[in-house]
Write a protein that binds this ligand. Sequence first.
Ligand code: NAD
Length: 265
Amino acid sequence: MRIGIVGGAGRMGQMLIREVAATKDATLSGATERPGAGAVGRDLGTLVGLEPMGLTLTDDAPTLFANSDAVIDFTSPAATLAHAELAASLRTALIVGTTGLSSDDHAKLAEAATRTPLVVSANFSLGVTLLAGLVRKVAATLGPDWDIEVLEMHHRHKVDAPSGTALALGRAAAAGRGVALEDVKDAVRDGHTGARRAGDIGFATLRGGDVVGDHTVMFATDAERLELTHKAGSRAIFARGAVRAALWAAGKPAGLYSMDDVLGL
Ligand code: NAD
């Protein structure tokens, strides 16, 4: 089982190289970076603080996809769309962790998934996958007099907000209520906003330090509040989940899959 990594010099990319190297059922087929990235040409082992591996970081995505059963992509939306097209044309499984994807981007991924297996998740941790299921159930149980708010905090380098995970949790809550998140989402509050609109799902974003990812979904009504929280302590949990998804997806029929499918939930 040959697994390749795109964005290999990134924070998640390096973690993924280490995780694949430590997985006994998998062989690292290589890793790429964007053309012009400073790390291109470096040995993958020394790049991630391990012994030399005899594999170098390249900017040649087509060769990596041709030589891999599955490729893991935690990069940027534009890069991920290009990788999805490559994966579809070469029938390589693609695991997508990139966040900040628009609904148009998601539609393009769905199209690529008609030709090859794609596993797409804003959060590859077991805990958050379970949390989303709980949120959906709680939202379906509690009536409209319970307000739903999603609070998240991430490290100072994160470029998109609210986080992909916060939006996925909001979607799970909306699904529990039988509404579309787009119709009830309230992500920006500043100045004289007026009172909270009944039925809205609110989002609040904190950024700072090296926080890997904290998410809390709050259900608040008069004199009572229920809070469901997940805290990620290390990016290794996302890498572990993504490698598990890659092992699961290779050889599956074309289709758009989620972490629920990988975990059999
Ligand atoms: P990062 O900026 O450290 O890494 C991204 C890397 O992708 C960079 O090294 C960049 O040069 C590289 N890249 C960009 N274009 C490329 C291309 N065309 N080909 C190859 N490489 C390319 O960011 P990060 O912290 O590693 O996060 C990456 C993405 O993963 C973000 O969208 C983040 O939100 C997401 N993320 C998802 C999860 C999850 O579980 N789904 C967990 C953590 C982070």
